[in-house]
Design a protein around this ligand. Structure first.
Ligand SMILES: CC(=O)CC(=O)C(=O)O
Length: 230
């Protein structure tokens, strides 16, 4: 606790890393929107191929894979979104495509849980998506794999199952903005630093989940992710 502060804040979430004793503390969470064309289409949107766009989620609202969390308040249409998370390991500002990947620490699976009814309602009113996206327990983070041990090749499968039924099933080839392009673009606006996570968007197949559901997903070669809803 900082001396003289009036109260203490929760500790930041810290993600296990495969083969490491130390964990990776999370500072900021940036999310890329509409980074898979088929998901943009299922949401009734076109992809903006001019530039990627972003929203943020509070790290204080994130939980680790394997958590059991309550169905959130204020929604009747709570959705799973399976995503590849990129963990930044070095400060980077105005990266070039050539040096962007140097800034990566590692990769992991994540779930960008979404109050879809609120996100769509706010989107349709041309308002920010906060109520839909930045909800308590609304980001799930699985153990990271260091970049020396894994790379985001096009042929890697990304999938998500709800109660054993496969709902999302794609490959990283479908990413519109690749990892180096995202870091290059985002670092033009932020001084990215260790602790920053970038969730790279979700493939087609998002859908509703209910209390009692068991969610599970993976990306070839990374630690899988799960969440139980009560
Ligand atoms: C429209 C969305 O679902 C935004 C988002 O989270 C995405 O991955 O795309």
């Amino acid at each position: 606790m900082i001396p003289d502060s009036l109260f203490s804040l929760p500790d930041p979430i810290s993600i296990p890393v495969e083969g490491e004793l130390s964990t990776y503390p999370v500072g900021r969470i940036f999310c890329v929107g509409r980074n898979y064309a088929a998901h943009a289409a299922e949401m009734g949107n076109e992809v903006d191929r001019e530039a990627s766009f972003y929203f943020t989620k509070s790290a204080l609202n994130a939980v680790l894979s394997g958590a059991t969390v309550p169905y959130p308040p204020g929604t009747e249409n709570f959705h799973h979104e399976m995503e590849l998370a990129v963990a930044i390991g070095k400060p980077v500002f105005r990266a070039t495509r050539a040096d962007a990947l140097d800034a990566v620490y590692g990769y992991g699976c994540s779930l960008d849980m979404t109050r879809r009814d609120l996100q769509v309602r706010e989107r349709n009113k041309q308002r920010p998506w906060h109520l839909g996206k930045d909800l308590e327990n609304g980001t799930v983070l699985a153990a990271l794999t260091r970049k020396a041990d894994w790379s985001p090749d096009d042929n890697k499968r990304i999938y998500h199952n709800a109660n054993g039924e496969t709902r999302q099933d794609a490959t990283l080839e479908e990413l519109i903005w690749k990892i180096d392009e995202v870091i290059c673009h985002l670092s033009g606006y932020y001084h990215l630093r260790p602790g920053d996570l970038i969730l790279t968007g979700t493939p087609v197949g998002v859908g509703p989940v209910l209390a009692g559901d068991f969610l599970e997903g993976g990306i070839d070669g990374l630690q899988s992710i799960s969440l139980s809803l009560i």
